[in-house]
Design a protein around this ligand. Structure first.
Ligand code: GCU
Ligand code: CA
Length: 482
């Protein structure tokens, strides 16, 4: 980045800009800081032993509860006011079967989460539950329902929640990820990012377009946004995923089967591949299709001259839902049971509709932890021809959806509520994904300090769509109320 001239070290203007943007990014809180309560730290209690034999725990150990009904672990957590809170429970279950527990808050059982096998005692995962806390101290007890007892418990991360605001303000990073070509790939654009943060690394999947207008999917990982630009790009057309049209990935961990799932569009269908190791791009399975009979009739009846694009999965405790768009004003939703997923997608309905450009594509649906609502964001094309996002909330995944910030004047994310450090490198805030606070199929996000990874482009680019120079950046919310 830097160049030497006349014996003085000079940074290029770009390097200065990139450094400033990265400094601004890292100075902002990454999440609302949750408060961590370690299982081994008093007043937490563990009916068992505090062990250190399985690596990967935080603090100085973890609670290994006795294998018995009644052998509970209890935490005491504080809330400054009576609110809902997101409680992230970090656990490992190296046994073969799930370990269900009663979640007892201030002596009332509020939920019965089940801690599925994580495959190994040194593989730790976080399950997030939403609970209502009272002002002051609260006890949170995990009380095993079966004689297998508890999973091993590392800590609780408690984030006292807030409702989402009804308007949003953001600051954008500069370009963080751009195309990287190699001997066999002439990459023109990187777009449609999907991202999970897992065991200290960001794992990013994105569409690529090449100089022939062809689409494929790329994977990269890095520990910090400052390294996103130098991460190696792995082209998934060189894996069992294969060549041909593949775009708009959505990645998540499907906890019931302990598999990572990569969902993408193939033009005529939605497809998925799976792996047990997200960091190994060669490990993805050959794709399979979601819809055995191709495009559902209700989509055929409504798509007009649009395209069937942008598949998104979210599950609650009983059902998994597959959302998609038609570039013609319709948001569709299909469903299957969690037990059957990924098979059996059926009952396709129109989840939301509007005029073509106001409900164009790129839907995301999230569970907002620490609140009781789901958030839908969907991409629109504005009166200025630029892309932006509208938003809605609903108490359930099936709707109905109530407008949150859904206009050009009060958008979820648009050029008019996004500030840039220096020159605005894009006026489009287009297809992307929230940086979630979990990894699994429940698609959880915090209501605090949202971050949205998106695609943008040079405002002066006037290529046809498949040749536009898309790049990736991250928005950080600047008007968080918590
Ligand atoms: C093993 C393992 C423990 C775990 C226990 C269990 O003994 O080493 O860490 O707690 O299984 O099944 O609960
Ligand atoms: Ca145990």
């Amino acid at each position: 980045m830097g160049s030497r001239s006349g014996g003085h070290f000079r940074k290029s203007a770009l390097a200065v800009l990139v450094t400033a943007v990265l400094a601004a990014l890292s100075a902002s809180p990454v999440h609302a800081a949750p408060t961590r309560y370690e299982a081994e730290t008093s007043p937490a209690a563990c009916a068992g032993t505090i062990d250190t034999n399985w690596s990967g725990y935080t603090g100085s150990g973890f609670c290994n509860g006795d294998n018995a009904i009644g052998a509970y672990a209890q935490f005491t957590v504080n809330a400054s006011s009576a609110r809902t809170a997101a409680v992230g429970i970090r656990f490992a279950n190296g046994g073969r079967t799930a370990r269900p527990v009663n979640l007892v808050v201030n002596d009332s059982t509020v939920a019965s989460p089940s801690f599925e096998s994580t495959g190994a005692w040194s593989t730790w995962l976080t399950k997030t539950v939403t609970v209502t806390l009272r002002s002051g101290g609260n006890t949170i007890r995990l009380d095993p329902i079966t004689s297998a007892g508890l999973p091993n418990l590392d800590h609780l991360d408690v984030e006292v929640g807030a409702n989402l605001p009804s308007s949003f303000q953001w600051r954008s990073s500069g370009v963080l990820i751009g195309p990287k070509s190699d001997a066999t790939h002439n990459i023109r654009a990187v777009k449609d990012p999907s991202v999970v943060h897992h065991n200290g690394r960001y794992h990013v999947f994105a569409s690529t377009t090449n100089n022939n207008g062809g689409y494929s999917v790329v994977y990269l990982n890095f520990t910090d946004w400052s390294q996103a630009g130098s991460a190696q790009h792995h082209y998934l057309d060189r894996t069992a995923i294969g060549g041909g049209y593949k775009a708009a990935p959505h990645v998540f961990y499907f906890a019931p089967q302990r598999l990572w799932c990569l969902v993408f569009q193939t033009g005529d269908n939605a497809a998925y591949s799976t792996t047990s190791d997200i960091s190994n791009p060669q490990s993805w399975s050959a794709p399979k299709k979601f819809y055995a009979n191709g495009m559902p009739q209700i989509i055929r009846d409504n798509i007009g001259d649009g395209y069937w694009v942008d598949f998104w999965v979210i599950c609650d405790s009983t059902k998994c839902h597959l959302f998609s768009s038609d570039d013609n004003g319709h948001l569709y939703r299909s469903e299957t049971t969690v037990a059957n997923f990924p098979n059996g997608m059926t009952n396709t309905v129109i989840a939301l509709q509007d005029t073509k450009f106001k409900l164009f594509e790129a839907p995301n649906v999230y569970k907002v932890t620490g609140s009781d609502s789901y958030l839908l964001v969907n991409e629109a094309i504005g009166s200025d021809g630029k892309r932006y996002f509208r938003s809605w909330t609903s108490p359930t995944i099936t709707g109905s959806w109530t407008a949150l910030a859904d206009t050009e004047a009060n958008p979820f994310a648009r050029s008019n509520n996004v500030a840039f450090d220096g020159t605005a490198w894009t006026r489009d805030i287009s297809h992307g994904e929230m940086i979630r606070n979990g990894i699994d199929q429940t698609m959880t996000i915090s209501s605090c300090n949202l971050r949205y990874m998106y695609q943008g482009k040079d405002p002066n680019a006037n290529d046809s769509y498949n040749f536009l120079p898309w790049r990736l950046g991250v928005l950080t919310q600047t008007n968080s109320t918590c």
